[in-house]
Ligand binder design. Structure first.
Ligand code: PMP
Ligand code: GLU
Length: 397
């Protein structure tokens, strides 16, 4: 008999982290694997941010931090929200957490009662649905396929709403599809939400700065729903700080207080040194952000160009984030003579084991026909990885 709780038994492990771990294991065996699985930049954290962390250590920031985060960091976040998003938040509405991942989970645990429905546009980031399950909520996926550039319409949103709908999670720029909702598109969704006062929108804007089509738009900008939007963001992607584990939520006061209460019992304040580094990221020079975006744009163009004429790969041109999310179902049912590729997970495993390129199958993102490739890798790695993928796919008959 297993001793593990039903809660954990029912939880799927993170597919993104699992594939990345598997690629690490193969690398440790001396195999030259190119890891396009996990969404993590290959850049180093900028020096001025590292310097702030070193200073924090020297200055003995070694004690527990306030549960919601240091005041100076929350002020820097409030200023960032004003400066970049024209949003007004007092610092009592901002809670700093151990990565945006914890911010999303805090919010769901704070809002969802058993049986409450959460609308999640699919394809979605793998962790949303598992977090909703942890909160004993019900996932309601609303699917947008490649023909609609993986973006849901207001009519689709309206049709998914029931008296049990409590929240909606929006992710723009999106992981895994790279779609970016424009202002008018967001307004259309906001107008639907405005008619349903029970619904809170969780707007995950972690890829805000990795946007190739113009200024970032937040759904929090619309007056008619502003008091029901919680914005999640963090330093992982914009400042190449995935390992520092700092994210935040800027939320209605009731929700911020609930997140802080939960965090106070669960993890306490986020790491003190990392918070000081994050404060430097938000209040310091922002040219590093623009430089990294430029590199991602170049890599986006590179990977789109390289994949364009691979038979059976159908991709959109991502407008943000750093993922390509092509349909690959053309290969389902084919074989290399040894094994049959039944689905995207099989294809990802085949590409890893024979081509030595790590990707992630689309099922965990709610799109079983697709495969996710992260292009937050060096240009050389992208070129080599796509050559290997092309070669491995050509074998399948
Ligand atoms: N949201 C999305 C859509 C993501 O892709 C990630 C990736 N890690 C996160 C949230 C969490 O980011 P972190 O916890 O590193 O801040
Ligand atoms: N968000 C990244 C990804 O999707 C990092 C891994 C994770 O936290 O899931 O790959």
């Amino acid at each position: 008999m297993t001793q593990v709780s039903n809660r954990i038994n029912n939880l799927a492990p993170s597919e993104t982290l699992a594939m990345s771990q598997k690629s690490g294991e193969l690398k440790a065996q001396g195999i030259d694997v190119i890891n396009l699985s996990v969404g993590e930049t290959d850049f180093f954290t900028p020096d001025h941010i590292k310097d702030a962390a070193k200073k924090a250590i020297e200055d003995n920031f070694s004690f527990y931090s306030p549960v919601s985060g240091y005041t100076d960091l929350r002020k820097a976040i409030a200023e960032k929200l004003k400066r970049e998003n024209n949003l007004d938040y007092t610092i009592d509405r901002i809670v700093v957490s151990n990565g945006a991942k914890q911010s999303v989970c805090n919010a769901l645990m704070s809002m969802i009662n058993p049986g409450d429905e959460v609308i999640i546009p699919a394809p979605y980031w793998v962790s949303y649905v598992e977090m909703v399950k942890l909160a004993e909520g019900i996932n309601v996926a609303v699917t947008a396929d490649i023909e609609q550039d993986y973006k849901i319409t207001p009519a689709q949103l309206e049709a998914a709403i029931t008296p049990k709908t409590r929240a909606m999670i929006l992710c723009s720029p999106s992981n895994p599809a790279g779609s970016v909702y424009g202002k008018e598109e967001l307004k259309g969704l906001a107008d639907v939400i405005a008619k349903h006062p029970r619904i809170t929108v969780l707007s995950d804007e972690i890829y805000e700065h990795i946007n190739y089509v113009g200024e970032h738009q937040s759904i929090a900008q619309f007056e008619n729903i502003r008091d029901r939007v919680a914005v999640v963001n963090g330093v992982s992607k914009a400042y190449a700080m995935t390992g520092w584990r700092i994210g935040f939520i800027a939320a209605p006061l009731w929700l911020a207080k609930a997140c802080s209460k939960l965090q106070g019992q669960y993890t306490s304040g986020a790491g003190s040194v990392a918070q000081k580094a994050a404060a430097a990221a938000y209040s310091g020079d922002q040219t590093c952000v623009a430089k990294m975006r430029e590199a991602f744009l170049r890599r986006r163009d590179l990977i789109v160009g390289l994949c364009k004429d691979i038979p059976g790969i159908k991709a959109n041109v991502p407008q943000g984030a750093f993922y390509l999310f092509p349909e690959v179902d053309h290969y389902f049912g084919k074989s290399d003579g040894d094994r049959i590729i039944r689905n995207a997970a099989d294809l990802a495993m085949y590409l890893l084991e024979t081509g030595h390129v790590a990707t992630v199958g689309g099922a965990a993102f709610g799109s079983p026909k697709c495969l996710r490739l992260s292009y937050a890798a060096s240009d050389e790695d992208i070129v080599e990885a796509i050559a290997r993928i092309r070669k491995a796919l050509a074998v399948l008959k």
